[in-house]
Ligand binder design. Sequence first.
Ligand SMILES: [Zn+2]
Length: 298
Amino acid sequence: MYRVAALDIGGTKMLGGIISEDGEILYSEEIATCAQLGRDAVIKNMLHILKQLLDNVPDVKAIGVGTTGRVNVNEGTIYHATDMMPGWTGVDVAGIIKKNFGLPVAVENDVNAMAIGEGWLGASKDYNTYLCLALGTGVGGAYVENRHILHGRHWGGAELGHVLLHAGGRQCLCGLKGCIEQYISGTALYKRYNELSGENIKSAKDVMERLQSSDKFAKIVIDEFTTDLAYSILSLNNAFDPEFFVIGGGLIGSMKLWWEDFMEKLSAYQPNFKVLPAKLGNKATMLGAARLALNLII
Ligand SMILES: [Zn+2]
């Protein structure tokens, strides 16, 4: 049975694994990305974790990478990355890995890889056309039509976090005002909480903890969040008309606190709407990258 190495490069950490042809994770490692130290540090860490993986499991045939940023998948290079990964724009990820390990390499955007992972082994296994939203530090998106990722002309297809939700609203890092990302990301939740309460909490997890102790500001924040998420999904449905939606990313970890409320709001507009939480958790991107690596050799 074939086996490949796969790596998920996020702004905070890298998760790598050796994956078998049937999707079993045979071995895995995690290290800090150290994004703020710049591109050389990130490349060094990327090569270090890959070497660890390849040293521990023999007979690996290809390498797949899912990375933050827009990716030119034909060349395996970073077309554009935000300040979350300073200096990452322009890095020839595939070239660097090939030069060091001599194996075929596939590179894809991390949310696109997540969508591929969920389609291979997770929530969207039985569907060909679906839309993924990843609710984390920001909001990422991926659209899969007949099992093909929509990349767009500048590798920014389905950048759903920057679709406008409240035009003229909150300032976004992309320059627009009122993007989806400013309302339904983890960052948006704790910022909104601080705005209402005058406190200075630093994570969506803190908002969720306060929600569990019936904090009135946390209740308002999550009520707004589920409404905005429902509106986002309804708008995106009009744009893409997928068979169904997958919602993943860090916020899905606290779904028991908000999913029912969100589904109720969604159903009020459109009953029997097909939307499911991602199944593979934080391994979805790595597994999607593994699938892409397997596609190179099988
Ligand atoms: Zn934006």
